[in-house]
Design a binder for this molecule. Sequence first.
Ligand SMILES: [Zn+2]
Length: 534
Amino acid sequence: MKLRILALSFLFSHVAFSQQSKIDVLHYEYMIELNDNNDTIAGYAYITFITNDTTSSVTFDLSSINKSNKGMRVTKANIIKGHTSLDEFSHSNDKLIISSPRLLKKGEESNAYIYYKGIPSDGLIISENKYGHRTFFADNWPNRAHNWIPCVDDPADKASVEFIVTAPSHYKVVSNGIQTEETYLPGNKKLTHYKEDTPLPTKVMVIGVADFAVDKVGVVNSVPVYSWVFPENKKEGFYDYAIAKDILTFFVNYIGPYPYKKLANVQSKTIFGGMENAGAIFYAENSVTGDRSEESLLAHEIVHQWFGDMATEKSFAHLWLSEGFATYLAHMYMEEKYGKERFNNDMKAERDKVIDFVKTSGNPVVDSVSPYMDLLNTNSYQKGSWVLHMLRRQLGDSVFKKCIRKYYETYAGKNADTRDLQKIFESVSGKSFEKFFTQWLYTAENLRLDIRWKYNKSKKNIAITVKQLQSSGNFEFPLEILIQESTTSIPKRMIRTISKNSETFLFPVQSKPIRFEIDPNVSLLFEGTVKEIK
Ligand SMILES: [Zn+2]
């Protein structure tokens, strides 16, 4: 007995120094038991992983018991090696450290199993929906999964996952992947088993357990599309969410094959408006309106299935690779459906937001700010979207589409950062985007212009002077100018690449223009003033 205690203290003093030892999780299997009497969940996790370094212990994220007695209490945890196993672990400060009976070699595949129990303080929201019915909805973004499941709670460690949920039999269960089993158990319980073979980041691993009405909307390229809504909202919800089929069709054609085996759009209790959980998107309960007013929200979350879920940012500093993509490609879907004018108006409104935001933010888009919730800002969404928009305008629709497809194809199932995306745009287009990415994504300031023009009657031209006012150095960008000389003449367009702090150039005209317009096509993210010099 004493020996065991000695061994323990040795192990734990050792793990204190080797906590950094990293693992790469391959697969999570979770058994979760829920009940209607209280909010305690009972969990069992069977985790398959590879060690990146030789180590005698492995660390998982799992919230420990907090002051209000919420959190998870581990009752048993093992690393399984051969036929021996020790039952040694420590669990504090949201870290579960499990000792191995022998050294785990670098690159070796091992398993851990963990039994635990507790009331989740976050991550799995156990509450009532607006109709007063009890519901359970996982809500993991950004790193809240460890509040209810032991895991490596980092978007860079993707793994396949299965959930085996035992719950009172009146509930329906939705999760990632495909339902492989549904069995009624004694005591009015039901077991529901879902399996997702494609590796996911923990931020999009979920279960949703509630009384649901389920509609199969249709099939897109052999992917079934479902609507899961509260039974009281069946009529409105089935109507609203059915639009997902058209949205999915659009994005399959634009980006490439849908990454998962089904798409379920789920009315839920997420704290977000919508949450892009892989193959089981959770929307706020009020997203069901009966008038399809949340079409662009559905488009946004569906884009995330490719960008965010399947091609994932390496770290949250590059969150715009999720949010900027979802925002912009949702605009493109709306453009296809409702036309260019609406699209340009949406982009103008977004540009105004970006210009306003920079006045209070002072951070670039690629940003290691914490807490991560603070990254849910205009930089990640609207400015990220505008960056893609400018790339599209500069490269044209067809090259831009090639870049988007190539980026997805290259990083599907993997992680990428901003410079990885830059390299894709460079390899597809054959142009350098070094300065472009640096000025728009790694610079906090936006482009600020002072533009003046002067008509010279004798020389038959207009002299245009463009000054850059931002203090963080000159940007390089194409500036489009439209000039119309009379009500009956066709407007002339000129695109000039600006790179200097101040430059003047000439535009030949026959007469004094009646219209002088900067950026008529809504292609440049800038703020500025335009003045005529008389
Ligand atoms: Zn999003």
